[in-house]
Design a protein around this ligand. Structure first.
Ligand SMILES: N[C@@H](CCC(=O)N[C@@H](CS)C(=O)NCC(=O)O)C(=O)O
Length: 238
C-alpha cells in the first residue's frame, strides 16, 4: 500500500482535531495513527522521539526525510507553508494569522484546558477546587469575549479569510459546554461557530479519529467521565 507524505499521530481531543481539520480542508491524503491515552501510547519511548512532550498531536513528513513536528500550532503552521494553504502570503495577513494562532496556543487552549480539567476530571474524582474553577472559567469567558469583539463585522479571525487561526481556535472555543463556560451575549462568536460548523471538512474531521459529542454539548457525558476517571487514577501522583 502506498504511503502518504504526512503521517499524523493524534487522538479525539481539541488539540488532536486541529491537524485533522487542516488535512481534510486541504484535501491532503494522510496516514493516521490513533494514540490511545489509556495505554499511555503518548509516553512510549519511540513516540517521545517524535514528540518530546509526550502528547498529541504529532506529524511526520515522509517527503521531508521523516521530519517530525510537534505542538499543534507549529503543525498547522508547517502544513500551511508546505501546502500553501490557509496561511496568507502577504506579510501583514500572515502576521495577523500567527497572532491569533498564538492567542489560541497561549491563552484559549491552556485556560479552557484547565477549566475542563478542574470541572470534568478533578472534581468528579474527589478534588473540588472552587477557586481554581472560578479562575479558569472567568479567564475563559474573558478570552471568548476577546474573540467575539474581534469577530465584530468580520467572518474570520485573521486576514479576512479562513486560516489556520480559525482551525486552531474552533475546536477549543466550540467546546464551551465541556468547559462549562457560557457564550450568552457573544453573537459574533456564535455566528462564527455556525459558519465553521457548516463546513463539510470540519464535520468530517470531528469524527476522526472518533466523535466526542459531549464536548459540543450534544451527548451524555457519562461514558467520557468514566474514561476520565481511569486516566485521573493513572495520572495523579499521591
Ligand atoms: N501545546 C500542546 C498541547 C498538547 C496536549 O496537551 N495534548 C493533550 C491532548 S489535547 C495530550 O496529549 N494529553 C495526553 C497526556 O497529557 O498525556 C499542543 O498544542 O500540541
Amino acid at each position: 500500500m502506498s504511503k502518504s507524505d504526512i503521517h499524523l499521530y493524534t487522538a479525539a481531543t481539541m488539540n488532536g482535531y486541529k491537524p485533522v481539520i487542516f488535512l481534510e480542508e486541504a484535501g491532503v491524503p494522510y496516514d493516521l495513527t490513533f494514540i490511545d491515552f489509556a495505554k499511555k501510547e503518548q509516553k512510549a519511548p519511540d513516540y517521545i522521539k517524535l514528540n518530546p512532550n509526550g502528547r498529541i498531536p504529532t506529524i511526520v513528513d515522509r517527503s521531508n526525510d521523516d521530519f517530525a513536528v510537534f505542538e499543534s500550532g507549529a503543525i498547522l503552521w508547517y502544513l500551511g507553508e508546505k501546502y500553501g494553504a490557509f496561511l496568507p502570503e502577504d506579510p501583514n495577513g500572515r502576521s495577523e494569522t500567527l497572532q491569533w494562532l498564538m492567542f489560541q496556543m497561549g491563552g484559549v487552549g491552556p485556560m479552557m484546558g484547565q477549566a475542563m480539567y478542574f470541572q470534568r476530571i478533578a472534581a468528579p474524582n474527589g478534588h473540588e477546587e472552587p477557586f481554581s474553577i472560578q479562575r479558569y472559567v472567568d479567564e475563559t469567558r474573558r478570552l471568548l469575549e476577546v474573540l467575539d469583539e474581534r469577530l465584530t463585522g468580520r467572518e474570520w479571525l485573521a486576514a479576512d479569510q479562513y486560516t489556520i487561526a480559525d482551525m486552531a481556535t474552533y475546536p477549543w472555543a466550540r467546546a464551551y459546554v465541556w468547559a462549562k463556560v457560557s457564550v450568552e451575549g457573544l453573537p459574533n462568536l456564535q455566528a462564527w461557530f455556525d459558519r465553521i460548523d457548516a463546513r463539510p471538512a470540519v464535520q468530517k474531521a470531528l469524527t476522526i479519529p472518533k466523535a466526542q459529542p459531549a464536548f459540543w454539548g450534544t451527548a451524555d457525558e457519562s461514558e467520557f467521565l468514566k474514561e476520565n476517571a481511569a486516566r485521573f487514577a493513572s495520572d495523579v501522583k499521591t
